[in-house]
Structure formats: C-alpha cells, structure tokens
Design a protein around this ligand. Structure first.
Ligand code: NAD
Ligand code: DAU
Length: 355
C-alpha cells in the first residue's frame, strides 16, 4: 500500500513522514517543492529506506501529480504543502495565492482525475486529507468560547485567507464531484524540525546566540499550542476513521500568551544551558512593532475529534516545550543547516521593516 504526502520536507509534513514510516510498513511518496521551508536534512534518517520516495516538484504541476498518481496508485493523498508563515504573507502574498490556492486547485484536479478512474473498491477506500489551520476562523476576544467546527470563516491575514480559500475548494470538490475529502484545522504546532522564523524556534535559537528575543506589540496575544507529533497522530486518526466530507479541529487545550511562552523557554534554558556570565535569558527580550492585523487570540475546541474518533494528545505544553528545547540543543547539525544565508537575509528584512 502507498500514500502520497505533499509538503513532506517541511516541519509538520516531515514529522508526519518520519512517524508514519516508524509505525507502518507502507510506502510514502513525498512530493515537495523544497522552498526555503523544505529541508531534506529533516528526512536524513530515511536515506536508503526504499519505502520513502522523494519527488522534487510542485503541487501546482498537474501533469507531474497525474503521473505520480498513475505510477504509484496511492490509497490516500495528504496535503501539507503550503506557504505557512503569516509575516511572509504580509510582505509578499503572491506565493501564498499561488501555492495555497492555485496549487491546491491543481492538486485537487489531478486527484479527482485519478480517483474517478479507480476501480470500485479502491475508489470507495480512497481519501484526500487536507491539512489546514485554526487561523481560518479569525480572531477571538478574551471571553469568547474556543473555535468549534461550526464557527464562521473570518480569515484576517493573506496567509489565513489563502488557507480558507483552499478549505473551500476542498469542500466544493466533495460537494460537487463527490471526492472523498477530510479537512483538519489545527492550532499552533511546535516541536523538532521547526523552521526558526516561527516564534518558538526563533526564541530558542536567538537566546542561545545571545540575540534579542522579539515580542510583537504587548506580547499578550494568545496562541493554543500543540506538540507536532500529537498533530501527526490526529491526522492519522482522521485519515483512518474520519467521516468523509467532515472537518475536524485539532488542538491540545494549551492557550498561552506569547510573553509567557517566551518566559518559559528562557527559564528552561537558564536551567539546561546557564549563561557563563550569570545573566538570565529573559534579559534578551525586546518588544518590537506589532504585526499588522495581528490576531489577538486563537483557541481550539477539539471535542469533536476526541468524542467521535477517540483522539487525545500525549504531551502537555510543559512536557512538549522541554522536549523541544532539548531537541534543539542536541541537533546542532540540523540547526546549522537551516541557518543559511537565505534565512539570515529574511530575518534581516523582517526586523528592519519593524524597527
Ligand atoms: P512549512 O512551511 O514548514 O512546510 C511547508 C512545506 O511545503 C515545505 O517543505 C515546502 O517546501 C513545501 N511546499 C511549499 N510550496 C509547495 C508547493 N507548491 N508544492 C510542493 N511543496 C511545497 O509548513 P508547516 O508548518 O509544516 O505546515 C504544513 C501545513 O500545516 C500547512 O498547510 C499549514 O498551513 C498547516 N498548519 C500549520 C500549523 C503550524 O503551526 N505550523 C498549524 C496548523 C496548520
Ligand atoms: O494557528 C496555526 C498557525 O500557527 C499556522 O497556521 C501557521 O502556519 C503558523 O505559522 C502559526 O501562525 P502564527 O502566526 O500564530 O505563528 P508564529 O510563530 O509566526 O507567531 C506566534 C505568535 O508569536 C504570534 O502571535 C506572533 C508572535 N511573534 C512571532 C514572531 C515570529 C512574536 O511576538 N515575535 C516573533 O518574532
């Protein structure tokens, strides 16, 4: 049996592929464009594993995807591929429309062409799982209940608008053409192999490098954190048992203001890697200009997934963040690989604009 994963060299897709091949003896076709966020170093331990077939390519290349589907005949396609960083979408939304909307459309069309031609049993069993975000629901104020699957879509950033558009395409391909789709909408992930433009890995690596720890605005924006391997287990569960055409929220009930997250990272680093001069990492915190249109609070109600499919996360924020910091301390090779020229150039541009 075979599955096709797109975006499997990124943060969540990479963790998913590693987890999958650790647990199942099933081939994974991994289609990834290797943008700045794609990193084959994440998949290093799979070199020589015949069950992992890496294909360098774009989900928007309908001909390529059609060929891959005809050649490998997967029983499922899981779409992780996307431009994923909100700040980048503010500076340059074009790539987000191209991959997250046009690319998703081309992927859906290639998959539909493949699916209609499958024989009865295979057609019945086939699934297209689209990995999406809680940001499509917009922002919450302090007293609002967490997002359920029934919340209206109210995306606020170019990133979340592009993801919302792709969710709608997926929904329409089911409603109109009968394509057997599943969609997951997950809260903020963290864990190993996270590209250090995102808050948690950026703070860990900046702290260790003696650089400032940039906090947007007042730092009281709330995110709902989930350890990446728990997101992967939720996707596996939805793929296995989710009801076709349904959407499932994924989250770990771990709401935290950004400033608290940064303080937690600083105190774990104080313990694991105390500074030689006796100063504390939190002294590196610097408040910087806020993100334009910054959503104030996200919170996920994951009860549908828990109740209907019996999923539960394994990590609390406290256990997951410690594991994550330990991973970054132990994996300097991977870190060195991502802190390339291109990455430094981006960070320079981002914080110059905000200063
Ligand atoms: P990421 O940016 O780390 O990885 C994206 C991967 O997709 C990279 O390997 C990149 O090379 C690849 N890619 C980009 N454009 C492509 C294209 N046109 N064709 C093929 N491959 C392409 O992203 P991530 O954080 O791993 O997120 C994965 C998915 O999960 C995204 O769809 C994102 O919207 C969603 N999501 C992320 C989070 C989070 O907290 N990171 C939370 C919820 C949902
Ligand atoms: O909610 C799910 C989403 O989480 C995913 O769909 C996105 O792909 C993913 O990037 C993430 O989006 P966020 O914008 O929430 O993540 P980010 O790590 O960029 O920021 C987390 C919070 O920290 C946010 O409120 C902005 C703030 N922040 C971020 C950076 C990079 C800072 O205060 N300083 C920073 O330098």
């Amino acid at each position: 049996m075979t599955i096709l994963v797109s975006g499997g060299a990124g943060f969540i897709g990479g963790n998913f592929v590693l987890d999958w091949l650790d647990q199942f003896d099933e081939t994974v076709i991994n289609l990834d464009k290797l943008t700045y966020a794609g990193n084959l170093g994440t998949l290093k331990e799979l070199s020589g594993d015949h069950r992992h077939v890496f294909v360098h390519g774009d989900i928007g290349d309908r001909e390529l995807v059609t060929d891959l589907l005809a050649t490998y005949r997967p029983r499922a396609v899981i779409n992780f591929a996307a431009e994923s960083h909100v700040d980048r979408s503010i500076h340059g939304p074009g790539e987000f429309i191209q991959t997250n909307v046009v690319g998703a459309f081309n992927l859906l069309e290639a998959v539909r062409g493949y699916w209609v031609g499958l024989p009865g049993d295979e057609k019945q069993a086939f699934r297209f799982l689209h990995v999406s975000t809680d940001e499509v629901y917009g922002t919450l104020s302090k007293d609002d209940a967490p997002f359920t699957e029934l919340n209206r879509y109210e995306p606020n950033s170019p990133y979340s608008a592009s993801k919302a558009a792709s969710d709608h395409l997926v929904r329409a391909w089911h409603h109109t053409y009968g394509l057997p789709v599943l969609t997951t909408n997950c809260s903020n992930n963290y864990g190993p192999y996270h590209f250090p433009e995102k808050l948690i890995p950026l703070v860990i690596l900046n702290a260790l490098a003696g650089k400032s720890l940039p906090i947007y605005g007042d730092g009281q924006q709330v995110r709902d954190w989930l350890y990446v391997r728990d997101h992967c287990s939720a996707i596996r569960r939805v793929l296995q048992s989710g009801k076709v055409g349904e959407t499932y929220n994924v989250g770990g009930w771990n709401e935290k203001p950004n400033l608290d997250v940064v303080h937690t990272i600083c105190s774990i680093l104080d313990e694991l890697r105390p500074k030689a001069d006796g100063s504390r990492y939190k002294e590196q915190i610097a408040f910087v200009k806020d993100r334009p249109g910054h959503d104030r609070r996200y919170a996920i109600d994951a009860r549908k997934l828990e109740r209907e499919l019996g999923w539960k996360p394994e990590e609390t924020f406290e256990t997951g963040i410690r594991k994550t910091i330990e991973w970054y301390l132990a994996n300097q090779d991977w870190v060195g690989n991502v802190t390339s020229g291109a990455y430094r150039e981006w960070v320079g541009k981002q914080y110059e604009v905000q200063a």
